[in-house]
Design a protein around this ligand. Structure first.
Ligand code: MF3
Ligand code: CO
Length: 291
């Protein structure tokens, strides 16, 4: 619940300014939406300038890691070697891989190949081969701030049909970025992303989606891509969340590996692709913090 402060009190955002000349009008606007019955972000989800600065520094590492993977990835390489690069680049730059030990996850990064939707576990025994598509999903902690993004990499000669899935999934994220408009709803963005995937005959995973991110790895809100315009949380300046649709060539149905308890697969064995960005909602749209 948003509550107004006394007009001359210091603003809750930590700017040092008086409330009346800082976030008072902003709070009143949010309260109007709340009275209309919409879901609005709590104050905790509105990042301070200091938070944004911290998240941006963390994001620099995340981008550097994914760039390095892009330079080194090749057929014949094991996914453990990808994990080793993530660990060494992250540590060299002063960060900590956020995945390692997160809810018991055993490695520093997720590597998901072909029909693996997400949460693939790097291993010496998994060797990349020509024609594979792989998502590398990387997250970094620096000084307590979290960044989270992922990219697809095509290994050698990928079937045109699969390359198209990879490209359209990237376009889905670009559509999402364009629809992050302050004082509109996450459902407006989610529906636009879904529409783009459906227009190409693909489906989007329903159970797993994006999330607030920054002071913790996974914060509210849950960011769905099967949501409807005019629903879900109001997007307001200062929120930080990820856009990370998992786009399937066939069914949207998924299953989880019962041996490792982590890796998510498509139920029909057809390929899945995902790209992930972390964005900051601004006064006019959004700023991509990492990709
Ligand atoms: N990076 C994933 C995300 O985009 C989360 C991975 S959690 C892990 O939210 F435990 F599998 F690493
Ligand atoms: Co994420």
């Amino acid at each position: 619940m948003f509550r107004r402060l006394e007009r001359n009190a210091p603003c809750w955002c930590g700017s040092g300014k008086k409330y009346k000349s800082c976030h008072l009008a902003f709070d009143e606007k949010i309260m109007r939406y709340e009275r209309m019955g919409h879901i609005v972000p709590s104050r905790k989800l509105i990042k301070s300038e200091k938070d944004v600065e911290g998240i941006k520094k963390s994001a620099v590492i995340n981008v550097a890691v994914l760039d390095e993977i892009g330079d080194k990835i090749h057929a014949g390489m094991s996914t453990q070697e990808i994990d080793d690069i993530v660990t060494s680049v992250t540590k060299k730059m002063g960060g900590i891989p956020a995945d390692l030990g997160y809810q018991g996850f055993p490695k520093s990064v997720c590597t998901s190949i072909n029909s693996e939707v997400c949460h693939g576990i790097p291993s010496d025994d998994i060797i990349l081969k020509d024609g594979d598509i792989i998502n590398v999903d990387c997250s970094t902690i620096l000084n307590g701030y979290f960044s989270d993004s992922s990219r697809m990499y095509c290994i050698g000669d990928v079937k045109p049909e699969w390359k198209k899935l990879v490209d359209v999934t990237k376009e889905c994220v670009e559509v999402g970025i364009k629809h992050v408009i302050p004082w509109t709803f996450l459902g407006d963005m989610g529906e636009a992303v879904h529409r783009h995937a459906l227009d190409h005959g693909y489906s989007i995973v329903r159970e797993i989606g994006g999330h607030g991110c920054g002071n913790e790895f996974h914060e509210d809100p849950f960011v769905s891509y099967v949501s409807k315009a005019g629903t879900e949380m109001l997007m307001v300046p200062g929120m930080v969340f990820t856009i990370e649709p998992m786009v399937n060539m066939g069914t949207d149905r998924i299953c989880i590996d019962d041996k490792n308890g982590w890796t998510v697969y498509t139920q029909d064995g057809k390929p899945s692709a995902q790209w992930e960005v972390e964005v900051l909602v601004t006064e006019t749209g959004c700023e991509v913090l990492c990709w």
